[in-house]
Design a protein around this ligand. Structure first.
Ligand code: NAI
Length: 484
């Protein structure tokens, strides 16, 4: 028996989890469940991260969490327990698989276009850090973290998975044409790792083009790897391609702890009625069984599920409206009744089970802290984010009084668009400018030099934020303003 932690979740969570576990029980899946307290009701009891310390301890000692959807209480200061769990346990790769399911009608299934897409989404970084500030009354600023090590982890996972799957193609979706440093770093790492897998067909597509191609020619894609926010959006788009959220499973994979859950939420509109579709959670559970090496059992259950769908049995959210729908419990019963049957389309091969014991090791030191710095790093200036409702020329005049011998004022931008020394009268302005000061002759400056400049500017402006302008060797480690 393999022990795993199970959290039933909120809303439809308990109903669909009971349905899935009844399928597992009937299939004699060799799992032992430790139920843990997580979710909205745990928040309500006063645990600010949505889980009890005992739940955290159990999950950390077992390494596998199978969870139902959980509600995030509305209101400031409460973070989603789903996101907290993924981040706390560094489940850096979010794998979501989308396949044509016969019996689930979509425009593509009707047109005979097969879909088999796996999205691997970075799960920790990006704007999901939620590092946001109102820097003036009118201007909110979000920080987007993309790191070399974080990108490496998830992209490496995607390539390994693509190789095991025998993927036709692995594609990086990105917006590096606009976000040259953040998405540019992710894309660089993608091609760095691609060199280690010469047999895989690796390419990249800009994310907007990717969306268009996914809805027009989804069969062109196989494995797609993306940063967190773009991956979140693109994977819901892919859920739509195969029939909706009721069919979208998800695995959050880390080196030590992995979490298996459906993509959908708690569906409060249908909770407590025993009518929810348990397919997405069942598919997530099957991903978990395979992760644990229970290949044959997973394939047997999946074949029964595919057979059930093919034969037109359905819950209320999909399928032929002329045939009566089954409730959640009946749908699970139908799957159990079809154990041993093989679907006509894409039957899963019954590969042998092999034992995998989840390996738990706590991080004694953090290898991601170690950076390989090849080139000399030095500071050559600073971006001062200031609040002002004056015109650009007036802001520039004040800034120029403070540059002295060390700094020159290079550019002033407003919402990322240059407005000084050149700008356009057609650019709309808000009350926050970014003034870029660079050292004359690009000579290295110190943080004390920056502080002196800060103190001088303070006499004229409220400074909302600053960013150092670094150079690594000859390479500028900052972006140019639009129009600069
Ligand atoms: P939702 O996914 O719960 O519901 C969207 C729509 O899809 C609703 O009409 C719902 O009835 C339907 N639906 C979802 N799952 C279904 C299923 N298995 N069978 C049949 N119909 C289904 O999204 P919503 O309403 O935006 O979020 C509700 C709550 O869920 C929020 O508190 C949100 O924070 C939470 N949530 C939790 C997630 C997780 O635990 N991983 C993921 C997404 C949302």
């Amino acid at each position: 028996m393999i022990k795993i932690a199970v959290a039933k979740g909120d809303g439809i969570g308990p109903e669909i989890m009971d349905a899935v576990l009844s399928v597992f029980e009937a299939a004699k899946v060799p799992l032992e469940y430790n139920y843990v307290d997580m979710g909205k009701w745990v928040f309500d009891k006063g645990y600010s991260n949505g889980m009890t310390p005992e739940a955290q301890e159990t999950i950390e000692s077992l390494g596998i969490l199978f969870k139902g959807p959980m509600e995030t209480p509305k209101g400031k200061g409460v973070k989603s327990v789903n996101v907290t769990a993924r981040k706390t346990w560094n489940t850096y790769a979010n794998k979501r698989t989308f396949q044509t399911l016969h019996g689930v009608d979509t425009v593509f299934s009707k047109a005979g276009i097969p879909i088999d897409i796996t999205i691997v989404r970075e799960n920790i970084e990006d704007t999901y850090g939620g590092v946001e500030h109102m820097i003036t009354n009118d201007v909110a600023l979000s920080r987007r973290f993309i790191t070399r090590q974080g990108s490496m982890q998830v992209i490496k996972y995607a390539f390994e998975m693509a190789q095991k799957k025998g993927a036709r193609r692995i594609t990086c979706g990105h917006k590096a044409n606009i976000m040259k440093l953040t998405d540019g770093l992710f894309l660089d790492v993608f091609y760095e790792i691609a060199r280690q897998y010469p047999d895989l067909n690796a390419d990249d597509v800009i994310v907007d083009d990717l969306c268009m191609k996914l809805v027009s020619k989804p069969d062109l894609f196989d494995v797609v790897v993306l940063t967190n926010l773009q991956g979140d959006i693109v994977s819901d788009l892919c859920a739509g391609l195969v029939g909706g959220l009721g069919f979208a499973p998800s695995a959050n994979i880390g080196d030590h702890i992995s979490i298996f859950e459906a993509v959908h939420g708690t569906a409060p509109d249908i909770a407590g009625k025993n009518i929810a579709n348990p397919t997405a959670l069942l598919l997530s559970g099957l991903g978990m069984l395979r992760h644990l090496g229970l290949m044959e059992t997973a394939a047997m259950i999946e074949n029964a599920l595919l057979y059930t769908l093919e034969s037109g049995r359905h819950t209320g959210d999909f399928g032929d409206r002329n045939t009566p729908s089954l409730n959640t419990t009946e749908f699970a019963g139908a799957i159990i009744g079809n154990f041993g049957k093989e679907p006509q389309h894409n039957p899963k091969p019954l590969l042998d089970n092999h034992s995998v014991i989840p390996s738990i090791c706590r991080l004694k030191n953090n290898p991601m802290l170690e950076s390989v710095e090849n080139e000399e790093e030095y500071i050559v200036g600073v971006d001062m984010f200031i609040e002002s409702n004056e015109q650009p020329a007036a802001v520039a005049e004040k800034c120029l009084q403070h540059t002295r011998d060390l700094f020159k004022l290079v550019t002033i931008s407003n919402r990322g668009t240059q407005v000084w020394p050149k700008g356009s009268v057609f650019t709309n302005l808000v009350n926050q400018y970014t003034c870029r000061f660079e050292s004359i002759g690009d000579v290295p400056v110190t943080q004390t030099d920056i502080l002196e400049l800060y103190k001088r500017l303070m006499t004229d402006f409220k400074i909302c934020s600053t960013e150092l302008l670094n150079k690594w060797g000859d390479k500028k480690a900052y972006s140019l303003a639009q129009g600069q």
